[in-house]
Design a protein around this ligand. Structure first.
Ligand code: SF4
Length: 258
């Protein structure tokens, strides 16, 4: 089994990312992610961004239905509700005790720093708001960026496991730290997108959704469907694509495809 090759660097320039987007959009069309007519406004999006950590979205939906039925889907109501009851309501989303604490921490931050106003919070300059959110208990980079992009239309790129896998297989990043490679950090991958693309929240929103679709249905952990994938044309000479049902990753040499 081969290691990721030296073609993967932790901060390779990625001028083709716009072409990736165009190919995915041409193939799959708009994904209609947040905010949508069903997403219930910025606070519900924020709650969803926190609850979706380490769980499937269908579980988050159940938790949100519970919160809505209990009429506690507002920052003030989340502040007032006893934490044990909040945890019970969000139980379907998993890790409900920790997530109840995180929701409480967010609404406390909102009150202390922005007078309880989401509009005021989202008027904060992007870099400053990102720093503030990252200082809140339970909010990491992916959650902070999801909150900023989807609830506040700040132009930040959300990086997730699907993004990482696709970029790694295309030798644009180093997936995990190894002895020979430092591995690409969340911030490096975010910078890759933000330096290659115009700072456009709508574009970032759509691109992330398209990568998730690709990761779910084509770039699967095993048996990736490269032959029918819209990104097939972008595979480099040396890619990190597992073949067959193998338990570990192997690298294969593919014929030049562009
Ligand atoms: S399925 Fe293949 S072509 Fe598509 S993104 Fe993954 S590695 Fe690239």
């Amino acid at each position: 089994m081969a290691h990721p090759t030296a073609t993967a660097t932790s901060a390779a320039p990625a001028p083709e990312l716009r072409a990736y987007y165009d190919a995915l959009f041409a193939a799959f069309g708009p994904q209609h992610w947040w905010p949508s007519s069903k997403s219930g406004g910025p606070f519900e999006i924020i709650v969803g961004a926190i609850l979706t950590q380490s769980t499937a979205w269908t579980n988050v939906e159940k938790a949100i239905v519970n919160l809505r039925r209990a009429r506690v889907l507002t920052p003030r109501a989340i502040e007032r509700i006893p934490i044990a009851r909040l945890a019970r309501l969000i139980r379907p989303s998993g890790y409900f005790h920790q997530k109840a604490k995180k929701l409480k921490a967010f609404v406390r931050f909102l009150r202390d720093e922005h007078g309880g106003s989401l509009a005021r919070m989202f008027r904060t300059p992007t870099a400053e708001l990102r720093e503030q959110l990252l200082a809140v208990h339970g909010i990491g980079p992916e959650t902070a960026d999801s909150i900023m992009l989807y609830a506040g239309s700040h132009p930040v790129f959300v990086v997730d496991a699907y993004t990482r896998r696709i970029l790694f297989r295309h030798a644009l990043i180093a997936e995990k730290p190894t002895r020979s490679l430092p591995g690409s950090t969340y911030e490096e991958i975010r910078a890759l997108f933000e330096s290659a693309l115009p700072h456009d929240a709508q574009l970032f929103n759509e691109f992330h959704a398209l990568l998730v679709h690709t990761g779910k249905y084509f770039c699967r952990p095993r048996d990736p469907r490269c032959d029918s994938c819209p990104l097939r044309a972008f595979l480099p000479l040396v890619a990190h694509v597992p073949v067959g049902r193998v338990s570990g990753r192997i690298d294969v040499r593919l014929p030049a495809s562009k």
